[in-house]
Design a protein around this ligand. Structure first.
Ligand code: UDX
Length: 451
C-alpha cells in the first residue's frame, strides 16, 4: 500500500513517521523546500520527543521519504492523508484554504483510484465538500472517496499518543473505505470506532471542547475558591476519586493555550451559531479562558499598584511544558501588559525563547537559566510549569530576588512550602501567602546572623 501524507506539521509529520514505523511505505509532502531538506537530514522541523529517532530510522530503512513534488507523490498513491493546518479566521471559523489547496493538487495529480483521508480538524460537513470538490476537479478518470480520521495527539507526547492512541476514529461512507483504513491501522493495537464522516468530524470537536470545558470549569471553581476560602488543589483531589470525574484535566491555572483548544472551541461555537444554535457551554468556556489569562497580572497590579520600572522575572513562555510552541500561550498577552506598564523583564524558557524572540525581539532580557531571571527581581511570574522551574526550591527565590513576590500561574508549589520559605506567594484558587514581617533578599551575612 502506498501512503502519502500532505503537510509536515504536528499532525502530518507524526502520522507519516508512525505509519512508516508500523511498516508502511510513506511519502511526506510539503511545499516548504527547507523543511523537506531538513527532514532528509534527519532533523525534525518541530520539537517533539521521539520524532527525530523515528524519522531517521524509517528514512534509513527506505520506508519514509520526503518531497515537495506532490504530483509524483500523489500520482499512484493508494491512500493520501491530509494533515495540514486549519487555523482560526478572524470570525472564529476554521480556515480551510490549505485543505482545499491540497485537494486541488490531489484532483489534478491522481492517476489511480484513491482514498483521501482528512486528518486535519475540520468543521462538520467538510469531508462531503472536499469529496465533491475533488470529484468535480479530477483530471483523470479515477474513483476517489473521502474518509475522516481525526487525530487526538497532544504536543510533547505526539509520538506516544499516536503509537498508543486511546482510540482510532474512522468516519466512512462505504465498506471499502473502512476496509482500507482498517488495513492501514492493522498493526496498531488500539480500539477502532467506525462511524459516518460527520460523526467522526464531530467526535474531534466534541472531545477537544469537552476537555477545554473541563479546564474552564475548574478555573472558575478555583476563582470561587479564592473568594470563599477553599483550596482548589484539595477540591479537585476530592472530586477525582469519583471515577466518573477522573483525575485528569483538573489542573487550575492561567488558562489553556495551544494550537487546538482555543481554535476548536471558537470553530465549534461559530459552526453552531451559523446553524442557528447557541452552544452555551462552549461560549462560557471561551469567555472564562479569556479572563483567566489575566488573573495573575491583575493580582500583581493590585499588589504593586504600578509595575513601572520594576524588575520582573518571567519563568516559562510556551503554552505548556514539553513543546516550543507558543500558539495562544498566556505568556504572550501578559508580556504585552508587562512591557506596556514599563516593567524591566528577564525571561527564561528552556526551549521557547527563540520563538518568543520573534514576537518580542526587543526590551526583554532572555536568559538561559531561571536563576539568572530571578536575580534581583522585584517579582516573578510563572507561566509554564517546566520541570526545570518546578524544581527550584522556594528558598532560592528568596536568596536571589530583591523581594520574593511570586505569582504562580500553574500552582507549582504547595502553600506549606511557601509559608516555610517565607516568600510572598500568589497562586490560582488558593489563599495568598503574605508574610506580615517578610525577610526578603537576605544577604549571606544577614542569613548567617539569622541562623
Ligand atoms: C490538545 C488535546 O489534549 C489533544 O487531545 C488534541 O488532539 C489537541 O489539543 P495540546 O494542545 O497539545 O493537546 O495540549 P494539552 O496537553 O491538552 O494542553 C492544552 C492546554 O490546556 C495547555 O495550555 C495546558 O496548560 C492547559 N491545561 C491542561 C490546563 O490548564 N489544565 C489541565 O488540567 C490540563
Amino acid at each position: 500500500m502506498k501512503i502519502v501524507v500532505a503537510g509536515t506539521g504536528y499532525v502530518g509529520l507524526v502520522t507519516g513517521a508512525c505509519l512508516s514505523h508500523a511498516g508502511h511505505y510513506v511519502t511526506c509532502v510539503d511545499i516548504d523546500e527547507n523543511k523537506i531538506e531538513l527532514m532528509k537530514k534527519g532533523i525534525s522541523p518541530i520539537y517533539e520527543p521521539g520524532l527525530e529517532e523515528l524519522l531517521i530510522e524509517n528514512y534509513e530503512a527506505g520506508r519514509l521519504n520526503f518531497t515537495t513534488n506532490y504530483k509524483d507523490a500523489y500520482r499512484d498513491a493508494d491512500v493520501i492523508f491530509i494533515g495540514v493546518g486549519t487555523p482560526e479566521k478572524a470570525d472564529g471559523s476554521a480556515n480551510l484554504s490549505y485543505v482545499f489547496s491540497v485537494a486541488k493538487q490531489i484532483a489534478q495529480s491522481i492517476e489511480k483510484d484513491c482514498l483521501v483521508v482528512l486528518k486535519s480538524t475540520v468543521p462538520i460537513g467538510t469531508n462531503d465538500e472536499v469529496e465533491k470538490y475533488i470529484r468535480e476537479s479530477l483530471k483523470n478518470n479515477v474513483e476517489v472517496e473521502l474518509a475522516s480520521n481525526p487525530e487526538f495527539l497532544s504536543q510533547g507526547t505526539a509520538v506516544k499518543d499516536t503509537l498508543n492512541a486511546s482510540r482510532i476514529v474512522i468516519g466512512v461512507e462505504s465498506k471499502n473505505a473502512e476496509k482500507i483504513l482498517r488495513e492501514v491501522y492493522e498493526r496498531f493495537n488500539e480500539p477502532i470506532v467506525v462511524t459516518n464522516r460527520r460523526s467522526a468530524e464531530m467526535i474531534k470537536y466534541a472531545s477537544n471542547d469537552f476537555l477545554a470545558l473541563k479546564i474552564s470549569f475548574v478555573n472558575e471553581i478555583a476563582n470561587l475558591c479564592e473568594v470563599v476560602g477553599a483550596n482548589i488543589e484539595d477540591v479537585t483531589k476530592g472530586m477525582s476519586y469519583d471515577i466518573r470525574i477522573g483525575d485528569k484535566f483538573l489542573q487550575a491555572g492561567i488558562g489553556y493555550g495551544g494550537s487546538c483548544f482555543p481554535k476548536d472551541t471558537k470553530a465549534l461555537h461559530w459552526l453552531a451559531e451559523n446553524n442557528g444554535y447557541e452552544l452555551k457551554t462552549v461560549k462560557a468556556t471561551i469567555e472564562i479562558n479569556e479572563n483567566q489569562k489575566f488573573r495573575l497580572i491583575k493580582k500583581a497590579k493590585k499588589r504593586f499598584k504600578s509595575l513601572e520600572g520594576l524588575k520582573v522575572a518571567v519563568l516559562g513562555l510556551t503554552f505548556k511544558p514539553g513543546t516550543d510552541d507558543l500558539r495562544e500561550a498566556p505568556s504572550i498577552p501578559n508580556m504585552r501588559i508587562l512591557l506596556d506598564e514599563g516593567a524591566v523583564v528577564s525571561a527564561f524558557d528552556p526551549v521557547g525563547a527563540e520563538n518568543f524572540k520573534k514576537i518580542y525581539p526587543e526590551r526583554i532580557n532572555y536568559v538561559d537559566s531561571p536563576e539568572k531571571a530571578l536575580k534581583d527581581a522585584d517579582l516573578v511570574f510563572i507561566f509554564t510549569e517546566w520541570k526545570q522551574i518546578r524544581e527550584i526550591k522556594l528558598e532560592r527565590y528568596r536568596e536571589l530576588m530583591k523581594t520574593a513576590v511570586i505569582f504562580d500561574g500553574r500552582n507549582c508549589y504547595s502553600l506549606d512550602e511557601a509559608e516555610t520559605a517565607k516568600v510572598e506567594y500568589y497562586s490560582i484558587g488558593r489563599k495568598n501567602i503574605t508574610d506580615p514581617n517578610p525577610i526578603y533578599g537576605l544577604s549571606e551575612a544577614a542569613a548567617a546572623k539569622e541562623q
